[in-house]
Design a protein around this ligand. Structure first.
Ligand code: AMP
Ligand code: GLY
Length: 418
């Protein structure tokens, strides 16, 4: 089969890498522009950007593509999966109706309440003075979320009422996120530890992947500014087997009931970001209609199964027949970022040492290749991943391999999986 992957990050590189291992896979075409993908067998890069459905459909027709896998949220929310399917192209990824669970926070909260999925209480507003009055009645911290997609930046945890008022003005009047922030969701602040639970879904059933934990803050000890994700480890010891049972029953079983009741044909990935409170209670912070970045880079290397088979089973509604098997028990993924990340991207710094990496996988996000040399071309440059029998083993490996890689300004967290 010929597979096309839409998306341009290390997450999509990880999908391409895993799909290329399938004996059924003849070639993976990737819309990513990152460099390393060229060096892999079977993978052809840099076809076009994330682009529009039209471009993808034309490409699929002229290259006889058998399957499209969509990575990021924006094309899913824009209905690319629906458009491709309407054009007769097999596509793995949520429909626009399913992707609304991610692209509208208000819809997502309504869905969770309607189908008894535990989540923080909330109110939504489209009128600034009303939101502003409501905030005055709350004890900070106040959680304010832009209703629409905002590239992962649309959530503000405000320590004071003044900060909350400023955030409301920024979102609703200044419109820092455009239309996405004209409507806001204001919700109860939850304390605790977060985890990501990612599952394949065929619309009738789901299969969860190992639980993982992302690290959004730039610096060690969870300090510094928020980022797109500085590292992930899996599994997560503080999410117990009992917790996972609770999550399956109350989050994923109810999610399936919900999409069926709403008539949503969901063949793709569903990701629940959860918070486990100090009292052990679990709430859903958000649904994403796609896999996590960088969670994907950490989790896919753990799966023994042929990814293409899993995806085809989802499309044929035969996921129930798939038994997931795992190669390794644990993994650690560390993001190597440019020196000015997250303020600005790193461009044109030569990356050295990649050929010496033996015991880890390197997935490219912000890189480019010029005359056979690889240079930085983005904020988050590389995801480096190692697997092992436990987190300690994976962690030791990943940091030993990272020590071989270098580029000017390279920064990364030293405490992932500590
Ligand atoms: P979301 O995009 O909704 O997952 O929010 C992004 C991040 O904001 C989450 O990963 C949490 O760290 C934080 N967050 C979101 N909702 C809440 C909440 N109700 N209480 C505390 N933190 C939250
Ligand atoms: N790692 C967080 C996300 O993918 O949304």
């Amino acid at each position: 089969m010929k597979v096309l992957i839409i998306g341009s990050g290390a997450r999509e590189h990880a999908f391409a890498w895993k799909l290329a291992q399938s004996p059924q896979c003849e070639r993976v075409y990737s819309s990513v522009s990152a460099a390393a993908i060229t060096t892999a067998d079977k993978i052809q890069r840099n076809i076009f950007g994330t682009g529009t459905a039209d471009k993808a459909i034309n490409f699929c027709k002229s290259n006889k593509i058998d399957l499209v896998v969509i990575g990021p949220e924006a094309p899913l929310a824009a209905g690319m999966a629906d458009d491709l399917r309407a054009a007769g192209i097999k596509t793995f990824g949520a429909s626009a109706a399913g992707a609304r669970l991610e692209s509208s926070k208000e819809y997502s909260k309504q869905f969770m309440q309607k189908y008894n999925i535990p989540t923080a209480s909330y109110k939504s507003f489209t009128v600034l003075p009303e939101a502003s009055e409501y905030v005055k009645t709350l004890t900070p911290p106040v959680v304010i979320k832009a209703d629409g997609l905002a590239a992962g930046k649309g959530v503000s945890i405000c320590a004071t009422t003044e900060e909350a008022q400023k955030t409301l003005r920024d979102f609703m009047a200044v419109a820092v996120f455009g239309e996405s922030g004209r409507k806001v969701v204001i919700e109860e602040f939850l304390e605790g530890r977060e985890a990501s639970i990612i599952a394949f879904c065929d619309g009738d059933t789901y299969k969860t992947l190992p639980v993982s934990r992302d690290h959004k803050r730039l610096l060690d000890g969870n300090s510094g500014p928020n980022t797109g994700g500085m590292g992930v480890y899996s599994p997560v010891a503080d999410i117990t087997a009992q917790d996972l049972d609770f999550i399956k029953t109350n989050v994923f079983d109810n999610f399936i009931k919900g999409i069926k009741a709403e008539g949503i044909d969901y063949r793709g990935i569903i990701y629940a970001g959860i918070m486990k409170g100090p009292d052990g209670k679990i709430n859903v912070l958000e649904f994403n209609a796609r896999s996590g970045d960088p969670e994907t880079q950490a989790i896919l290397p753990l799966i023994k199964n042929d990814l293409l088979e899993i995806i085809l089973a989802c499309l044929d509604k035969k996921l129930a027949e798939v038994n997931l098997d795992f190669d390794a028990a644990a993994s650690v993924c560390v993001t190597l970022a440019g020196g000015d990340y997250p303020q600005s991207a790193s461009k044109g710094a030569e990356i050295t040492g990649l050929d010496n990496v033996r015991d880890a996988l390197v997935f490219h996000a912000g890189t480019q290749i010029v005359n056979g040399k690889i240079y930085t071309n983005g904020g988050r440059v590389l995801s480096v991943v190692a697997a092992g029998e436990n987190i300690e083993a994976a962690r030791a490996k990943v940091y030993a391999e990272i020590a071989k890689i270098n580029f000017e300004g390279m920064q990364y967290r030293k405490d992932i999986g500590e």
